[in-house]
Design a protein around this ligand. Structure first.
Ligand code: PLP
Length: 714
């Protein structure tokens, strides 16, 4: 692959002996390498936390005297050298795992397109699960040494930050990202000018520049239209994630799909596999058809070639997640394109025609399915649901033969496992354990960890969550902008030695955050038990246009603020990757209550399981295939009712029953002489052992490689 030219990274004012900290800041490898984070924290822990763990800002703002102090601190210098050596070894290694395991594929480039990437809280250009999955995909591709390159957007107004009014109404705070404070470098051409990519939108050309973000060994190219040569409206085109305005949305998707292919060509990439992570990038199929047609191929030949290399992953059965556009919008944006393909309007629309929803539409998933030979859903159950949902595209096939496979999602172990457990595992699982995270036998060594040690880490992580909530509550209270009841709702009455249940996710109605409120008296008697109290921590945002989602938050928040809860229900505002980390590591039980079969996979429960947090979930998404009767609990059972109200009542009743009869007694019962709940710890071990390998990003990328990238490349 061609080496891509980028602007020089800015010089920070650093002592000579520490000058490579700048390099470290400009490759987010540090996100999953705790020793590298420790370096920044050792220089100034408060500033590091205050700046939301953003090393570029940190190096811009840190007091020089603190740096010189560390430049003279032998202990710091040892760690610095260790980290830089590890970094050099990592970046310098030429594709070890991947090229050994898949020698025939080692030079076959893979392009990965996604609307959002969730890599770290200091890069808030993700909304939720889809973005986190994309981010984890890149991190693991880097660890494996996969020749992957990714394309997406850098949204300068990001997603949004969430604030709740006293009455629990979600308000959105907007921010403006300053790219000079992020590890982004502009991509340059041979004349040192910015690389620009153009796409035609109705009546004008829109120009985007390209930023590079290094994710270990994987480059992520991010498009940005905020340039003086664009109109004011076009400068805002890449400002925000998930606009509800269909003109903006289709323009973004044209820019990502068609512009993204052009960016890769400009930079000299010639990928053999093209992975569309959800339908947002499906216009890349059109751009690739155009490329072949300009090259003299017939449309039929072009289709065959495009399909062969394309991989399409569908991520949700929920209609709002499957983009479709009205036909008049397609006329507006594509009437100049279909003649270039040698098609008339009807034939063009036929590429993505959907008549099954709210009228005749142009459906991005239909486009992507039709022009990819490799197609998958994101869990076993979601595979079945998708085959049923999209069977109309293959009218001559019975449902079971609909050609949509599945690869169940996974999570990037290095990013989600707490440093404390990582250190413990380093001691007991052998030095190479992280290189073998997908090996179930390796995980059997977990049994060698003494119960007391595993439990001590669990207790530490819970205290850390409580301290975190307290610290945030204090800050907010000091801001003078919140009421005392909101301070309580933010978790100041939390305790660090009682059973703690976490629930954090997008507040979409199908996720049923309020299922736990179905019987308030029963809930109060559970949480307020003198002997066996329970606390619940909630977090999550609703999409700003989702009124029912916002009502759900309000309904929950009103309950949380009710004095009878005694502060045992807590809401942590502004869910992001940092809160997710504190929660999936800090609670005892991870609750998930979606209405089946809407949760295609879910990944937060996998992060929890990795940290020995026991899942308590509806048998939907990943849990449907993960639950084995012992590694956690189920909410409800396998009964599906026609009526949602009936389903809710059924599920809520079983939820309370399992809590009362199984979860609470296991947690508080059978303590040994030093108060370790040995049965609970045994279950934790079993949970980690059975779930960590199977739901690792390593296992996921192996399956993508073997089942989808390989056929696309060969
Ligand atoms: C993991 C994660 C998600 C996705 O979790 P689900 O289980 O799919 O709801 C969403 N947001 C953040 C911040 C996450 O870390």
């Amino acid at each position: 692959m061609k080496s891509v030219r980028v602007e020089k990274f800015p010089q920070f004012d650093l002592p000579k002996s520490l000058e490579r900290l700048g390099e470290l800041a400009f490759n987010i490898w540090w996100v999953w390498n705790h020793e590298a984070q420790d370096l920044f924290a050792m220089v100034d822990k408060y500033l590091w936390d205050d700046l939301n763990h953003n090393p570029v800002m940190f190096l811009q703002q840190v007091n020089y005297a603190r740096l010189t102090a560390q430049a003279n601190n032998a202990e710091f210098l040892v760690l610095y050298k260790e980290v830089m050596d590890k970094f050099d070894a990592y970046v310098g290694e030429k594709r070890p795992y991947y090229s050994k395991k898949y020698p025939a594929l080692k030079d076959k480039g893979i392009a990965y397109f996604s609307f959002e990437f969730g890599l770290h809280e200091s890069l808030p250009v993700y909304a939720g699960g889809l973005g986190i999955l994309s981010g984890d995909h890149l991190k693991e591709a880097s660890d494996m040494g996969m020749p992957l390159v990714a394309v997406g957007f850098i949204y300068n107004k990001g997603y949004f930050s969430q604030r709740l009014t006293e009455d629990g109404w979600q308000e959105t705070d907007n921010y403006l990202l300053d790219f000079k404070k992020l590890p982004l470098l502009a991509v340059l051409d041979d004349n040192e000018d910015q690389v620009l990519v153009k796409v035609e939108l109705p009546g004008r050309m829109v120009t985007a520049r390209v930023w590079r973000l290094l994710v270990g060994r994987v480059p992520l190219y991010l498009l940005d239209t905020n340039l003086p040569e664009n109109s004011e409206a076009d400068r805002q085109l890449t400002a925000r994630l998930y606009s509800s305005d269909s003109d903006i949305r289709i323009s973004q998707e044209i820019l990502l799909g068609m512009g993204g292919v052009r960016v890769l060509r400009l930079l000299g990439y010639n990928p053999e596999a093209w992975h569309m992570n959800e339908g947002h990038s499906a216009f890349l199929t059109i751009e690739r058809l155009l490329e072949y047609i300009k090259d003299g191929k017939s449309l039929e030949e072009a289709k065959t070639l495009v399909k062969k290399n394309n991989v399409f992953t569908t991520h949700t059965p929920v209609p709002a997640g499957n983009d479709e556009f009205p036909l008049w919008l397609i006329d507006k944006y594509f009437s100049k394109v279909w003649p270039q393909l040698g098609l008339n309007r009807d034939e063009f629309i036929q590429l993505a025609h959907n008549t099954q929803s709210w009228g005749e539409t142009f459906s991005m998933p239909v486009l992507a399915f039709g022009l990819s030979n490799q197609r998958n859903a994101v869990s076993k159950l979601h595979g079945q649901v998708s085959r049923e949902m999209w069977k109309g595209l293959w009218p001559d096939k019975v449902v079971d033969d609909v050609p949509i496979g599945y690869v169940t999602n996974g999570v990037h172990t290095g990013s989600w496992l707490s440093a404390k457990y990582r250190n413990l595992f380093d001691r007991y699982l052998g030095e190479d354990w992280l290189e073998n995270v997908d090996d179930a036998e390796m995980w059997a060594r977990l049994e060698q960890i003494p119960d007391g040690e595993l439990w001590a880490v669990r207790q530490f992580l819970k205290r850390r969550l409580v301290n975190f909530a307290n610290h945030r509550a204090r800050r907010k209270w000091q801001s003078g902008k919140i009421q005392p009841s909101q301070v309580v709702a933010s978790g100041v009455l939390m305790e660090s030695n009682i059973l703690t249940i976490g629930f954090a996710r997008r507040f979409a109605t199908y996720k049923r955050a309020n299922l736990i409120l179905s019987d308030i008296d029963r809930l109060m008697s559970i949480i307020n038990s003198e002997e066996r109290p329970v606390q619940f921590v909630f977090s999550g945002k609703a999409h700003p246009a989702d009124e029912p989602g916002k009502l759900l938050i309000q309904n929950l928040y009103r309950m949380i603020k009710d004095p009878q809860t005694g502060g045992r229900l807590v809401f942590l505002e502004d869910y992001d990757m940092k809160i997710a980390r504190y929660m999936v590591q800090g609670v005892d039980v991870w609750l998930n209550t979606p209405l089946r079969p809407n949760e295609a996979s879910g990944t937060s429960g996998m992060k929890a399981a990795l940290n020995g947090v026991l899942n308590f979930s509806v048998l939907d998404g990943w849990w449907h295939e993960a639950y084995d009767g012992n590694n956690g609990w189920v909410v409800g059972d396998d009964t599906d009712y026609q009526e949602p109200a009936q389903q809710n009542q059924h599920d809520a009743d079983l939820l309370y029953r399992t809590l009362e009869n199984e979860i609470i007694p296991l947690y508080y019962g059978n303590r040994n002489a030093v108060n370790v709940p040995v049965d609970w710890v045994a279950k934790m071990k079993y949970c980690i052992r059975t779930l960590a390998p199977q739901f690792s990003m390593r296992r996921m990328l192996r399956e993508y490689t073997e089942d989808f990238y390989r056929p696309a490349c060969e």
